[in-house]
Design a protein around this ligand. Structure first.
Ligand SMILES: C[S@@+](CC[C@H](N)C(=O)[O-])C[C@H]1O[C@@H](n2cnc3c(N)ncnc32)[C@H](O)[C@@H]1O
Length: 207
């Protein structure tokens, strides 16, 4: 029952992190972010950072990075990896809808697999928090499941139109491109086509 999509997100994610490996935890950053590369600014906050591979990779590339997740367990793994690598990523336990209260300034937000977790009300609260967090000119780099992914297994599907609507006020959508969400092959929860699930990679600028 731990992977039951009817459970509240916090319980669902606790269930995934109680297994040996969550399906999205591929041990490296998703390809879409690696390809975005230098476009991702210098001071970055990775929201819904999980066990930290994207945040740690960004730091390795010379960025100053904060990672945020609402669960202790993945953050423990992230902090362990940071200690092993001698990385200075600052990992914080907090809810994404509270990031608007962080006083620090960031050039970029990375969101790898968080936006598609929210229901409509949660999505509006999250976008509101991002709107408060970022100053004009800062960018959001977002990878989410796409409505091109068939079936209902896995997270909520998001359409390009929904993305545009969510960021209609106070933001400018620069690009939304088809991408893929890589998963750990052969484990429960990772039953998608070769190359992973269909996704959108969006770059959205705070106006
Ligand atoms: C699909 S996982 C992706 C993790 C990581 N970004 C990656 O790509 O490996 C989504 C992550 O978001 C976290 N999360 C979900 N809802 C959250 C919320 N409201 N606030 C903070 N973190 C949240 C979960 O605990 C989980 O680690």
């Amino acid at each position: 029952m731990t992977h039951d999509s009817r459970l509240p997100p916090r319980d669902r994610f606790k269930g995934y992190y109680a297994t040996p490996r969550a399906p999205w935890d591929i041990g490296r950053p998703q390809r879409a972010f690696v390809e975005a590369g230098k476009a991702i600014g210098r001071r970055v906050i990775d929201i819904g950072c999980g066990t930290g591979d994207l945040a740690l990779w960004l730091a390795e590339q010379g960025r100053t990075v904060t990672g945020v997740d609402f669960l202790q367990k993945p953050l423990e793994a992230a902090r362990r990896k940071a200690a092993e690598q001698g990385s200075a990523v600052n990992f914080l336990q907090m809810d994404a809808v509270a990031v608007g209260e962080i006083p620090e300034r960031f050039d970029a937000v990375t969101d790898c697999g968080l936006f598609h977790v929210f229901d409509d009300a949660g999505r509006a609260a999250y976008v509101g928090a991002l709107t408060r967090l970022l100053e004009p000119g800062a960018r959001l780099f977002l990878l989410c499941f796409s409505d091109a992914e068939p079936g209902e297994h896995g997270p909520r599907r998001v359409s390009e139109r929904e993305l545009r609507e969510a960021f209609a006020t106070g933001w400018e959508v620069e690009t939304i491109k088809p991408a893929s969400f890589e998963v750990v092959p052969g484990i429960p929860g990772a039953e998608f086509g070769p190359g992973g699930a269909r996704a959108w990679f969006a770059v959205i600028r705070r106006a």
